[in-house]
Design a protein around this ligand. Structure first.
Ligand code: 5AD
Ligand code: SF4
Length: 419
């Protein structure tokens, strides 16, 4: 979502303020840091990066801070780093053109409604289009700062999304990546009178667009994986067969304390259903270890789910207390214990990763090539979300071709083009 926000920032500044991009911050008239605040580390990094940019910037160059940390800290950023010219929070990007011209401006209304705003065009990829489908989040997970930085959930009208998708397809992009905090809750809240689609219908309508061959989305919430959605995911050939199913914890007690709304057994059932309907599916997840109150048995429950589902990819996090979230006030777990649990989880996952990736060698997958690497390799993704490298010519870029997998390099694979 931050990548798409950055594209919107660039688009607005290109179109309305005549800025162009430079690769060297020393040349820049304007430096913007787009920030995350989901864990504490990136927030701490912000101030050291700001200091670095302030040292090297051209005389008179402006510095701005955007994104979730902008929403969260607001004018405190300018108080701590007085050389910062403006602060524009997540979902206030439509105000960026004005903010860059207004020294000291702080735009952080977390419920600002940009669902009908006509952003200017800029895409960093020639091959796939990121498209926002909703803003904010309607959940209140007790560890999470996002509802306080990205506000209430509102869906973007389907017609705006479909237009973006049609335009992208017309410019030659074969892949659409739908973005939202809870994509499969799409259609619950609209701020204008618009045709009411749910996520399944949105997927169906996007897949009717000529030229679009692949549809991906992130993040879905396990709670909203109803049978109609799973059926559409399984049977629509344009929907890529990789899915993120964020677990967070395998312990029903911790899930309750996190306010996730499901139990261990319920989560396992959802994964079983998906696997039964989509044999080649790749499932990724997010897991937080050392949430306050997590006992050894709770952690074993998490490992048990990991062992049963055998995720293809896990984004592991040690719990990080976030300001003004309910869990931050609970008694915290010893940091070293958290680190050792994290390491145990990582080691277990490696065995599953090898199990999945070794099986791929010899298989043939359709790969959409999108990047030429400095070492001459061409990189792309298989339908089910595996990163694949081949030796080949630049002509492969933008093509979907069959590749035979020849080698497992653990987080990616190597292969040869067979057609
Ligand atoms: N501490 C650690 N991880 C967190 N996440 C969200 N909030 C926290 C936190 N306070 C993780 C969740 C979420 C992912 C984007 O970041 O796993 O799914
Ligand atoms: Fe945060 Fe939970 Fe919303 Fe995800 S669903 S953004 S974890 S509050």
């Amino acid at each position: 979502m931050n990548s798409r926000d950055t594209e919107h920032i660039i688009a607005e500044l290109n179109t309305h303020n005549n800025y162009t991009q430079t690769t060297d911050p020393k040349d820049a008239d304007l430096i913007i840091i787009n920030t995350c605040s989901v864990r504490e580390k990136p927030v701490a990094k912000l101030f050291s990066e700001l200091g670095q940019f302030n040292k090297i910037k051209k005389t008179g160059a402006k510095i701005g801070v955007c994104g979730c940390t902008a929403s969260h800290l607001g004018d405190e950023i300018i108080k701590r780093a007085s050389y910062v010219d403006f602060v524009v929070g997540a979902r206030n990007i439509s105000k960026i053109s004005k903010a860059v011209e207004t020294k000291g401006s702080v735009e952080i209304d977390i419920n600002h409604d940009e669902t009908n705003y006509d952003f200017s065009e800029f895409r960093s990829s020639l091959y796939k289009a990121n498209i926002n489908i909703s803003l904010g989040c309607d959940k209140q997970c007790t560890f999470c700062i996002v509802p306080a930085t990205r506000g209430d959930e509102i869906s973007i009208p389907a017609e705006i999304i479909l237009n973006e998708a049609r335009k992208s397809a017309a410019s030659g992009m074969k892949e659409i990546f739908l973005l939202g905090q809870n994509v499969n809750n799409y259609g619950k809240y609209f701020s204008s009178d618009t045709e009411k689609y749910d996520f399944t219908k949105l997927l169906q309508e996007i897949s009717k667009i000529d030229g679009i061959e692949r549809i991906r989305f992130t993040s879905p919430h396990p709670l909203h994986m109803d049978d109609a959605f799973i059926e559409e995911f399984a049977t629509n050939p344009k929907i890529c067969k990789s899915i993120h199913v964020p677990l967070q914890s395998g312990s029903t007690k911790i899930l309750k304390d996190m306010k996730r709304g499901y139990t261990k057994e319920w989560f396992l059932k959802v994964c079983d259903k998906i696997k039964a309907k989509v044999p080649n599916v790749r499932i990724s997840t997010d897991i937080i270890v050392a949430f306050p109150g997590e006992t050894d048995q709770d952690f074993r429950d998490t490992l048990d789910v990991v062992n049963q589902v055998k995720f293809d990819q896990i984004f592991n996090f040690k719990y990080s207390p976030r300001p003004n979230t309910p869990a931050a006030n609970l008694e915290q777990i010893d940091s070293e214990l958290g680190t050792s649990r994290l390491n145990e989880l990582i080691e277990l996952h490696k065995t599953h990763q090898d199990y999945h990736m070794d099986k791929l060698v010899g298989q043939i997958h359709k790969v959409y090539f999108e990047d030429l690497k400095p070492n001459g390799e061409i990189m792309g993704f298989s339908d089910n979300g595996m990163q694949v490298f081949v030796d080949g010519s630049e002509e492969l870029l933008g093509q979907i071709v069959d590749v035979k997998i020849t080698q497992n390099t653990r987080t990616s694979v190597k292969g040869v083009v067979i057609k």
